[in-house]
Design a protein around this ligand. Sequence first.
Ligand code: G4P
Length: 529
Amino acid sequence: MSDAQLAQEAALRRTFAIISHPDAGKTTITEKMLLFGNAIQLAGSVKSKRAERHATSDWMKMEQERGISVTTSVMQFPYNGRIVNLLDTPGHEDFSEDTYRTLTAVDSALMVIDAAKGVEDRTIKLMEVCRLRTTPILTFINKMDRETRDPIEVMDEIETVLNIQCAPMTWPIGMGRQFKGVYHLYDDVIHLYTQGQGNRIPEDKRIEGLDSAEVDRVLGESAAEELRMEVELVRGASHAFDLEAYRRGELSPVYFGTAMGNFGVREMLNGFVEFAPTPQVRETDTREVVADDGRFSGFVFKIQANMDPKHRDRVAFLRICSGKYERNMKMRHVRIGKEVKIADALTFMASDRSHVEEAWPGDIIGLHNHGTIQIGDTFTAGEDMRFLGIPHFAPELFRRVRLRDPLKMKALQKGLQQLSEEGATQVFLPLDNNDLIVGAVGTLQFDVVAHRLKEEYKVDCLYEPVNVNTARWVYCADAKKLDEFKRKGSANLALDGGDYLTYLAPTRVNLQMTQERWPEIEFRATREH
Ligand code: G4P
């Protein structure tokens, strides 16, 4: 591999995720993008494929019954000479921790907004997470084929609620039944909408030039005049596109369309592959890593179990940050300090798993995991360094686990340990007693854990309420103080699945009082892997 080839391959990559509120159209737009990437023949197969996979997988049956998708997958497709990696995230907010971590592995995000609903809760939360790493955001305002709110008002709401400038790239012509298409403000082209083209790549019916006589002919004179005035107004009243401001996460280019009608998606994708950042610089504990550094490096942001029920395997998703992956290459598994040979990494061509021969910065590869890989693990070409910024979040819900069969204690411990390494739950072992406490961000996580314990570890367990309101990871530079704190506060102290000392506070007031009493001790709401 030459340096030039590495730089070239890295420059082609666009790795991103979609942030949106449930129902805004994330699944639909994913399907249409795959269609444009020629990754699937017929839009609609993302859903049916998912359903198929669920039907064959034990624990996923449960999600299917609930009508939600817990799985996250990676889809790679080519578009306009670039390679796009789309990291899907769980739709249900009970699995938001998973989503947050996936957002650490992308270089940009696509925000999908329902034009009738505007900015919704989940989007606000996900935007906060993107802000932690100043992730560039491109916006698609969806469902223009319905009666929507005034597009100017929707953009205003994005600007004020999400605190990001909006630069319209396309502008909608009408809405609902009167939706005629979009005008591209920078290309000076009108793209006309035809209904009923949702399941194919629609022909691009275009009129060059807003001032052309054809616009009057097609839209009618008064509608054409109205559009010209509106465009003038929009240009005057909104921000102009500024590539640098977008890359800094301060300004979002905005596209309009209908994902269901597969319209406006092409213009958005064209803009996306042109403007979205290539694999970005990443921080480690020793140095910064640039993508075209020839030394291989990457980190694990997700572990997923049972993607293939026949193998009951667990796959660790590794984001390549620099260098090239080649089949059979040796990597250093930094946390355990060992060189490992990776013969059979997986790639994710449009949700099909196949073996990769090579992969480049920005790509995601799947490593078979037999329990040695944890979320946050760094793999390198031999160097001892760790990528930063892949957090654990303090759980908000807690339960004590009780066994129906007390003889299964070992299996339970092993199961909980593995599930916590995967990030499916967090487990806490109190210093003072033999309880097992599990923590989660959403209640559904508890159900998944109980179900998987039963299916995979043959352990039947129950949950009981436990008097824990919140958890904080405990740090203190002064070993003596820490010892004293451990002695005096042991009733509320536990070790988490990674053996980190944790304070389990029965109430918020208790936490506050403890913090006041022990000013030398740090109580952290997140812990880095
Ligand atoms: P999500 O993944 O963000 O949760 O949203 P999803 O794509 O599943 O879309 C949610 C609903 O909105 C779906 O309807 C979908 O068909 C619809 N939808 C998505 N894009 C558009 C659009 O541009 N225009 C209109 N009018 N509807 C859109 P559903 O009835 O819940 O599901 P389905 O039966 O259509 O699959």
